[in-house]
Design a protein around this ligand. Structure first.
Ligand code: KG4
Ligand code: ZN
Length: 341
């Protein structure tokens, strides 16, 4: 089966060609530079960029994969959640392509696609679903933070999610308060590498709460007060690095402790993580340490599969078709608020 997948839910225009569990070609055109000028994603600009880039990216991906459009057996796209106008561009283009080719079409949940990225080998871009074990999975992207219990392939249940800011949002908003460029997560990660994570004490929100929900807005507020009361810390290179390391340590501790606790409670011996924040080196390191201690298997999404990409959409869509998922109507609408079941 050869499938073309499109992802345009936020600020990356991405197309992949997938065949038999492997992405033969995947291209990502990132709009990060465009939006950084505004300190965050501007939805109208994102949609315009998708419109400009989608067809060139699709053509280039097909060429890279050495596949002609006529050879495609199905087409898939992200149906939600995401920015409405951004989703619309990729989803409707994919439906039009499926209509023209008279091939089945599939709409994919963006979070479900992230959820299975730890089971894709980042070098060969090949799915390794045979290795899948029941696990607790942490999804940490720019807009979402959630814990999911994956019982088996395509069989999962959300355990908890953030009641306010997502971890990625917290990284980005705190970085903005510090005057760092957008997106702030990678900047904090970079600066934190040279800082002392114990230099300043920040709250670990909901760490004692035995539920699986998260909350990061209180941590952001306490960072705001700290910056207001210690403006000199921003001008002092070492203090800035210490501040980044201390805030990062608070975010990471909450994510790791709650993930491991859920895995112990559910009796699974495997933990996975995906989404943009999974690029964070401290998060990767602390998850590794905790899983080694508990003798859990750990699967982290490869860094290039952490941020938004169409390979994860295509590989999941192919699995869904193999498992008998019904094609989605060519009249179907996008689902901007589509929550993971
Ligand atoms: O998954 P993603 O590309 O987009 C969404 O679907 O939302 O995640 C983007 C988020 C941003 O908040 C960005 O700051 C964060 O991932 N991020 C990081 C790192 N790299 C990306 N956060 C912390 N450390 C990083 N190294
Ligand atoms: Zn995402």
């Amino acid at each position: 089966m050869t499938l073309l997948a499109i992802e345009t839910s936020c600020d990356e225009t991405s197309v992949a060609v997938v065949r038999d569990g492997r992405a033969l070609g995947v291209l990502v055109s990132s709009q990060v530079k465009l939006h950084s000028e505004y300190g965050g994603v501007v939805p109208e600009l994102a949609a315009r960029e998708h419109l400009r880039n989608l067809l060139p990216v699709a053509r280039a991906t097909l060429a890279a994969a050495q596949v002609r459009a006529g050879e495609l057996d199905s087409v898939a796209a992200t149906q939600g959640p995401g920015l409405p106008n951004a989703l619309l561009l990729g989803f409707k283009a994919a439906q039009a392509m499926a209509f023209a080719l008279r091939k089945p079409f599939l709409g994919v949940n963006h979070h479900e696609a992230h959820l299975y990225t730890p089971w894709i080998n980042g070098d060969s871009m090949t799915a390794d679903f045979d290795a899948l074990k029941p696990n607790v999975s942490l999804i940490v992207s720019g807009g979402h933070t959630m814990l999911v219990h994956v019982k088996s392939e395509l069989n999962h249940a959300v355990l908890g999610s953030t009641i306010d800011d997502a971890a990625g949002e917290c990284f980005d908003k705190v970085a903005k308060l510090m005057g760092l460029p957008y997106p702030g997560g990678p900047e904090i990660d970079r600066l934190a590498a040279g800082g002392n994570p114990k230099a300043f004490d920040f709250p670990r929100p909901m760490l004692r709460d035995t539920g699986d929900d998260f909350s990061f807005s209180g941590l952001k507020t306490s960072a705001r007060y700290f910056i207001r009361d210690h403006p000199e810390a921003l001008a002092d290179g070492q203090k800035l690095r210490d501040l980044c390391a201390s805030i990062q340590a608070a975010i990471v501790e909450v994510l790791v402790v709650k993930t491991i606790r859920a895995a112990i409670r559910l009796g699974v011996h495997c933990v996975t993580a995906s989404g943009g924040v999974t690029c964070n080196r401290a998060l990767r390191g602390e998850l590794e340490k905790a899983c080694r201690r508990e003798q859990f298997k750990l699967r982290l999404a490869a860094p290039k599969l952490c941020t938004d990409n169409a390979a994860m959409i295509g590989i999941l869509a192919e699995r869904m078709l193999i498992k008998g998922a019904a094609p989605v109507s060519l009249d179907a609408d996008i689902l901007p608020g589509w929550a993971l079941a």
